[in-house]
Design a protein. Sequence first.
Length: 389
Amino acid sequence: MLQWERGRVLDVRAPWAGVQTLRLEVEGVEGEVPALSYPELLGEIAVGEGVLVNSNALRRGLGTGGQALVVARTDELPRDAEPHGHMVKARYTPMQTLVDALDDPASPHREALEQVEDLGGMPVVLADLHSALPAIVAGIRATRPDARIAYVMSDAAALPAAYSRTVAQLRANGELAACISSGQAFGGDLEAVTVHSALLGAKAVVGADVAVVTQGPGNLGTDTTWGFSGIQAAEALHAATALGGAPIAALRVSGADARSRHVGLSHHSATLLGRAALAPADIPVPRRHADAHVAGSARRNSAEELSVEGQLETAVLRRALARGVRHRRVEVPAEDLLEVLGGSSVPLRTMGRGLSEDPAPFVYAAVAGRRAAQVVPSIGTGAEADERD
């Protein structure tokens, strides 16, 4: 069931591209109610307008998404605009929207997409959490500052790409060449029907040297082996393999998570790579002699020092090998990565913790980015790269 509220807009702000944050007066609710609206769907909302909101997440007190979401403007409709494209996303929901996807026969990029048959060894970094994205990008850029990076947003979590402040900032800073929203996700610089066509578009249209695939904000977990939305990264690994890319898996690691299932190597990474993956990937880890420096709180004592390596060996490498999947553990230099991450243009936060509180998740994401930079076949070979610079 949806929980509905009618509200009157008291304040409007636009903290990053693609969203408006509102403060609402809601009948029967004490104090102002925070809400979020997408101008792409509803147009620009002004102070004083009446709105209808979905308050499910707000009522539940959720972390990512603990806001009311504007569904409609009750005083006036957005001005009619001719819809672009023929591909429908968020299909058969009241907010379904038409997009001009790369795959669309009418797309100006369709020809470029059809001319590329594979990724030609392009590295594809896979992560199960959206919060890994800026650290992966930092690791790539610390090694290959001129690399063109495409972000492929899957549809396992948030569907509107605009919800990600991280993506908006990385795009504004020029650190991402493009965001491609795939599947039911929408609102990226480019749209794709599948992760496969998104990856091909990253190469042929964006001219990317590296693609990063993660879900958007709003990971869903259940404290069960298979019930977490980030497991969709396994499908991206398979897509990258099928298309001749070089899959690189960013491990989810923590030295400060209060939940034992996520201390050291997260059980999400263990399931994703040890049990769900049907194809091998490079699995980067910080070079051994640097571990105590770069992993910080994840290496406080000898038991924890053995934790990630031991879990990786038993829960991922051996388990996958027993199924015929030979992942490759790769040591990557990491001595400088804490300093690199400390200079990130985008705030680094995961599960409410920052770099100083829990450096391990960001360092492991960054070494995955560095590994991608190491294996880039060449820089600037994409079909339409020159046109986009």
